[in-house]
Design a protein around this ligand. Structure first.
Ligand code: NAD
Length: 391
């Protein structure tokens, strides 16, 4: 049956203190939460499946030293919901899920713990497909993979897609171009001044695309050497991390941390566009999203413009092909254009426009699934399970 993401359709029972977990789940409209406990390996993990209308729930596993199980639960519910929206707006046939492992990623990693976790993932039969997230490395993902095939974003040597950063950066580049088209009537970055925060993986690949097209880059990183090296490579200028927000530039491209659009930085921005790869850049989504709209700054919602990463690992489910992944990430140009048009038409901040379009897709595609079909046309490593879920 089709699920529709509206709070009205879900009976809330906030007052009933005996049903705290179910109330919390129905509040954020989750389907399933799995608590994984294995005292032998000291595994304490939570897997949250938010919505599988479009397909199996895909989302990374995060290992973090949460101070309470409440904090871990809140994080996994929030992050899994975000994945539903990210996949939906990106045109993927995937739902939203996420997992958290409670523990110190520097001191509490063991092979047995991750293999135990892998078995819990396997037990879900493909309803949840995991990937690498904060606090995890290739090594742990390989341990998980030795217990379950429901893993994506695995190393190239194991037949996977490898490092997603080049595809993420290409998506960011195309998203920036879509914003330029909206702001200036042309999507060319030639002569555009871009303040680039961060000189890491995504930022470096992005800088190469933008400089090739003739953009002038102003680059910072808390590791000055890194920023200097990148600036030299792309003919950019090294700038101080504290001055990046107030530069007199056309475009600000955050590719480092979250929360950088906040009460302190808001008044410093002189740019026309904010579009970059970093996650959760709006410190307070509704407040700062609205402030950007009021200031007339075009904003590319972070979870849309940086979706190249998930687009890359999603390609793995159908049999990885880098060219196809890049092509799909290039479509972020059209997605951002649609969002900016919708935002303008409805006078709403871009992140809200994006959420509305994602919900619309879930609803309409959910509806067509009411009709019988003999197949979904997919093959590849996880083709069978993928097909089962998207049918
Ligand atoms: P990275 O670690 O390679 O690069 C981040 C860089 O930011 C580092 O060089 C770091 O020193 C720098 N940095 C940290 N704080 C800074 C500050 N205050 N000022 C300036 N520089 C600072 O990470 P990445 O893989 O390039 O990811 C960058 C961002 O994009 C992150 O927010 C990540 O969550 C997001 N993202 C990445 C991908 C991907 O495929 N790698 C996908 C989606 C989203």
């Amino acid at each position: 049956m089709t699920k529709v993401l509206t709070k009205e359709s879900i009976p809330l029972n906030k007052e009933n203190k005996n049903f705290l977990i179910f109330n919390e789940l129905s509040n954020k409209e989750h389907e399933q939460v799995v608590i994984c406990s294995d005292p032998e390996t000291e595994l304490r993990a939570i897997i949250a499946i938010h919505n599988t209308t479009l397909g199996p729930a895909l989302g990374g596993t995060r290992m973090w030293n949460y101070e309470s199980e409440d904090a871990a639960m809140r994080d996994v519910l929030r992050l899994s919901r975000g994945m539903t929206y990210k996949s939906a707006i990106s045109g993927l046939n995937l739902g939203g899920g996420k997992a958290v492992i409670i523990g110190d990623p520097h001191t509490e990693k063991t092979e047995a713990l991750f293999r135990s976790f892998g078995r819990f993932v396997d037990g879900l039969g493909g309803r949840y497909i995991t990937a690498e997230d904060v606090g995890m490395t290739e090594k742990e993902m390989e341990w998980i993979y030795s217990e379950t095939k429901y893993v994506t974003g695995i190393p190239k040597a194991l037949g996977g897609s490898g490092n997603p950063s080049p595809v993420t950066a290409y998506g960011v580049y195309m998203g920036v171009k879509a914003c330029a088209k909206k702001a200036y009537g042309s999507d060319s970055l030639e002569g555009k001044k871009i303040a680039l925060q961060g000189a890491g993986n995504v930022a470096s690949y992005f800088a190469r695309h933008a400089s090739k097209e003739g953009a002038k880059l102003y680059i910072c990183d808390i590791y000055e050497d890194k920023a200097k090296e990148l600036a030299e490579e792309v003919g950019g200028e090294l700038v101080d991390p504290d001055s990046i927000y107030g530069l007199d530039v056309d475009i600000f491209t955050p590719c480092a941390l979250g929360g950088v659009i906040n009460d302190d930085t808001m008044d410093q921005f002189k740019c026309d566009i904010i579009a970059g790869g970093a996650n959760n850049v709006l410190d307070e989504e509704d407040k700062h999203g609205q402030m950007l709209l009021d200031k007339g700054i075009i904003y590319a919602p972070d979870y849309v413009i940086n979706a190249g990463g998930i687009i890359n690992i999603a390609s793995e489910l159908e049999g990885y092909n880098e060219e196809r992944a890049l092509q799909n990430a290039g479509n972020i140009y059209n997605t951002i254009t649609d969002i900016l048009d919708y935002s303008e038409e409805h006078g709403m901040p871009a992140h809200k426009a994006s959420n509305a379009l994602a919900e619309k897709r879930i609803e309409t595609i959910g509806n067509i699934k009411n009709k019988y079909s003999s197949k979904a046309n997919v093959s590849g490593r996880l083709g069978e399970v993928y097909k089962r879920f998207i049918d």
